[in-house]
Design a protein around this ligand. Sequence first.
Ligand SMILES: *[C@@H]1O[C@H](CO)[C@@H](O)[C@H](O)[C@H]1NC(C)=O
Ligand SMILES: *[C@@H]1O[C@H](CO)[C@@H](O)[C@H](O)[C@H]1NC(C)=O
Ligand SMILES: *[C@@H]1O[C@H](CO)[C@@H](O)[C@H](O)[C@H]1NC(C)=O
Ligand SMILES: [Cu+2]
Length: 406
Amino acid sequence: MQLRHLVPAFLAVYGIHAAPAPVENVENSFAERDTAAASSVFIPASTLYTDILAAKGLLNLAIYQASNPSSSCNLFNTAVRREWSSLSKQERRAYIDAELCLMSKPSKDPSFAAGAKSRYDDFVAVHINQTLSIHGTANFLAWHRYFTWAFEQELRNECGYTGYQPYWNWGKYALDPLHSPLFDGSDYSMSGNGVYEPHNCTNALPTGLNCIPPGSGGGCVSTGPFKDYVVNLGPVSPTLAIPGIIDYSSPDPLAYNPRCLRRDISSWVSSNWTKDSDVYDLVSNYKDIISFQNHMQGDFPTGFYGVHTGGHFTTGGDPGGDLFASPGEPTFFLHHAQIDRTWWIWQNQDLKNRIKAFGGGTSTLDPTGSPPGKLTDPINLGSLATTIQNQDALSTTGGPFCYIYV
Ligand SMILES: *[C@@H]1O[C@H](CO)[C@@H](O)[C@H](O)[C@H]1NC(C)=O
Ligand SMILES: *[C@@H]1O[C@H](CO)[C@@H](O)[C@H](O)[C@H]1NC(C)=O
Ligand SMILES: *[C@@H]1O[C@H](CO)[C@@H](O)[C@H](O)[C@H]1NC(C)=O
Ligand SMILES: [Cu+2]
């Protein structure tokens, strides 16, 4: 049985109750968009609502650390992860070049995955291998935190990158992702859209609701730093509805299948699911860890994407729209840094009760019926990093970590 056939089964059992409609964010004003169009300078939308939560959280963290001074990591020596649009062009280019560098270094674990040619592919392979035990599960947030941190370490240690992992604050670009500094196709962007290729709607939620209308891409990415990047692994669970993509799934999910990077950037997705108000609603209204992580990952039976699915399907395409192979999309780690930051902001609202909060199942296909995840369960990333436990990944300023977000 191919892995992709398991996904609809998972989606049918996964999900919680219907979500309240997100409040409209008055800060994402059309005036800002018009100004941007007139001067052809992109002005990111305001993220004031979550910025306030983040600032309040950081203050809470400072107070918490002052009364729990056990850690060798503190606000004076911590690494600081920053937002893409707040980086200078040179800083963006340094991150891009470090990713390109990892894509050019050989795999360090070729026996694990036949299709993994580069060190970058090693990350994709580990994610493909563990997909069905790291999504919709207790370890979702902790696992992806450690995975993203391991990637940041590799950029620094293997490729001489001196910055830290930047994040993609979805709300800033949600109304107009194509003209944003992330996707404008310039040398300082993460490359632009795919070229237009006729395609049907993208079935992001195999429960059949809300098929994403085709955008202006679908073909190979032809602009910016990643235009020559070759995707080696997958597809495993493709969603881009182009014959040859949608009906192709390798019998060996770790086989070698070189092809172009495809995108179909969707403002339909980003403007509906990843506005600042969507993040604000998630952080402020979902107070226990289970409802927080479930709402973040979407409530598929009701057609609610959540910011996690929304971010992935803002690029969509191949492998961006593939639950298994998605780390092959160069923006994966920018998106997951923002997933991690959103968890961090949530934790910081009530550190005493939330810093140890952990719960859920162990199987993506049976999130509520599988054995509960444990704090002592390992996070084993193979050749990417040493094995830790879930409990080591709950604080960004404890265990192996020492970073915050501004
Ligand atoms: C993941 O990799 C391990 C080690 O090679 C293997 O035993 C396991 O079957 C793989 N799991 C999946 C779901 O591919
Ligand atoms: C769109 O879907 C229809 C019906 O399933 C199919 O016949 C057609 O080939 C598809 N077109 C593309 C471009 O995928
Ligand atoms: C948001 O989604 C709805 C359907 O749920 C759709 O009608 C609308 O066009 C979308 N909005 C944008 C701006 O794409
Ligand atoms: Cu993942």
